[in-house]
Write a protein that binds this ligand. Sequence first.
Ligand code: 6PG
Length: 484
Amino acid sequence: RKAQIGVTGLAVMGANLARNLARNGYTVALHNRSSEKTDALLEAHGSEGDFIRTETLQELVDSLESPRRILVMVKAGGPVDAVIDQLVPLLDKDDIIIDGGNSHFPDTIRREKDLAEKGLHFVGVGVSGGEEGALNGPSIMPGGSAKSYESVGPMLEKIAAKAEDGSPCCAWISTDGAGHFVKMVHNGIEYADMQVIGEAYDLMRSVANIEPAEQAEIFKQWNTTELSSYLIEITAEVLAQVDSKTGKPFIDVIVDQAGQKGTGRWTVQSALDLGAPITGIAESVFARALSSSNSAAREQAQKGFTDGLIATTGVATADPEFVEDVRRALFASKLVSYAQGMDMLSIAGKEYGWDLKLDTIASLWREGCIIRAELLAEIMEAYKDEAPANMLLAPAFNKLMEELVPSWRRVISKAVALGIPVPVFSSSLAYYDALRRDRLPAALIQGQRDYFGAHTYKRVDAEGDYHVMWSDDLREVNAEDAHV
Ligand code: 6PG
């Protein structure tokens, strides 16, 4: 008998995807650099489905039906290239290598091109949902040739999470690096989503003295509202947790320095290249960096920066109006994060030649992934027929924002007055306000640029580019005539 798919790299994500495939009726060939992991998996879960044990990549390749499908689940970066280099000489034309790790999309573009030249297919697959998702149904974002999707698509769709309407949270995204790009933006949104929840928690704790256990109840209740999402759900559980050693709220014994593996940072780096204004997402990446990059500076500043404002005086009580304001501010900021992510996708699609279907992408995030939320069904709807110029301009969201704005402004004003940092709340509001402003000070920037660098400007009332002879007689000239 031959296996329909092989998995190499049996750390937890690889092992769980292999089990998910086997549980769905596929014969799965297993390979790991050291066969202890393969044996451990077979011993613990071998009865879940039909597995073929292999020890070498040659054995793995030999055990597969043709065209071969090999899912590579090793650490992003060099290890992926190393496995590809070892596999290529063993494969035949039309075989398919699938990279299911969090690879950086430019690597995926490069690998796809290299392998296509050798007659092989390379599919870069974004997989979200953590360990649990990998086992029981992740959200899957595959990019690669349409032809390769014909072969791997049905399998991936079978093991993916299913949305409420029964459709799989997996669909072909576009060519080469598109799948990994979309996963990267998913993670950018994930960072912002986590940070806004953090800011809401901080506000309720610092302004209103609401203890973690009580907040756990609040988040649980919020999870029954339009905010309903996986991240709100797990926040309630984290806040309810009590430290077994000290009896303190668990959150109070965690060092307040956030880590990051890099996908959020990549999102912002890529946004800078694309000129995509994902301000809230960027602030969420920097908020993690600020928390952890220079603890000595934080320590000194706690004593050194004394402007009389104390964030933790508990000036208000846990009044329900304040809590509702925070909920609304959180929701508004969350909407902005998703709007920025969608905007970045639409800019990237044009730049990289990917025909990204934003309604499909939103539909894949409805279940299985970390940012799954009730909201995504509405985002999907908003992009269904004609994409709005900005997600917030879709009629449903436009109206919603109008309702949320007063609370959003009140909460941010309070935070600023008390000295509580709310970088994503406030930058998201600034984004919203900048979008709706009739005149931006960008006009002044254009004037300054023209002054010191003859960079020219456009007029509101005429076509063309202009320049003022700033160091001469202050005459306005047509840029073309003046050769600037
Ligand atoms: C997912 C997650 C996952 C992510 C980790 C760590 O969608 O399942 O996004 O892929 O890599 O949660 O992310 P950070 O270490 O960067 O926070």
